[in-house]
Design a protein around this ligand. Structure first.
Ligand SMILES: O=c1nc[nH]c2c1ncn2[C@H]1C[C@H](O)[C@@H](COP(=O)(O)OP(=O)(O)OP(=O)(O)O)O1
Ligand SMILES: [Mg+2]
Length: 195
């Protein structure tokens, strides 16, 4: 099992999976390599359900071992929102900028950092052509900043301050992010499960 499809069109995710899996000997492909991949609707109400939908559809289409990632941001003051709606929080055009602005606006009255607590969640589903699906979940705790800072990463990284740190996720190098992220936390669990 050394060729693996990551069932995502998100370049930021692909970069992180490549950095994490290539050293382990996996050849990583993504839907950016498969332009005819079916577009899977994320109709699930949990990260796991959406990850399973994406992994099963793509492993079936290509007959290959597939990992799908469904992830997002849970803000405690917003009762866990945007959650599974993270990518489309400010609309279906999936703008990272608009999504971050919406979260910042909704927290604008909250000045104490402690009350701006949040976490990134990543569910991974592994589907093999025999349709065995396994899921794992990773998390990364932090706080929502008052303004975006940093150029690295993607999505909500510029407004996510890591716990026990004064940096946002977007101020970390890819290597640093991959040591602490929800995605690497989940991937470690998945690798443990299959090895
Ligand atoms: O490490 C991260 N750093 C910052 N933001 C992140 C991260 N991980 C997920 N996120 C945000 C981006 C997007 O707003 C949503 C994922 O949505 P999600 O549907 O899983 O991904 P997506 O639509 O971009 O690509 P795809 O479904 O093709 O995998 O959570
Ligand atoms: Mg998506």
């Amino acid at each position: 099992m050394n060729k693996i499809i990551i069932a995502t069109k998100n370049k930021g995710k692909v970069n992180e999976f490549e950095a994490l899996l290539a050293p382990l000997g996996y050849q990583v492909q993504s839907l950016l390599d498969y332009p005819d991949a079916i577009d899977v609707e994320e109709t699930g109400s949990t990260f796991e359900a959406n990850a399973i939908l994406k992994a099963e559809a793509i492993s079936k289409q290509y007959g290959m071992v597939t990992i799908a990632d469904d992830s997002g941001l849970e803000v405690d003051y917003l009762n866990g929102q945007p959650g599974v709606y993270s990518a489309r929080y400010a609309g279906t055009d999936k703008s990272d900028q608009a999504n971050m602005e919406k979260v910042l606006k909704e927290l604008s009255a909250i000045t104490e950092l402690e009350k701006r607590s949040a976490r990134f969640i990543c569910a991974l589903a592994l589907s093999t052509p025999g349709h065995v699906v396994q899921t794992v979940r990773g998390a990364c705790e932090g706080f929502i900043a008052e303004t975006p800072t940093g150029e690295n990463g993607f999505g909500y990284d510029p407004i996510f301050i890591l716990q026990n740190s004064n940096k946002t996720m977007a101020q970390l190098s890819k290597e640093e992010k991959n040591k602490v992220s929800h995605r690497s936390d989940a991937l470690k669990k998945l690798i443990e499960l299959i090895s």
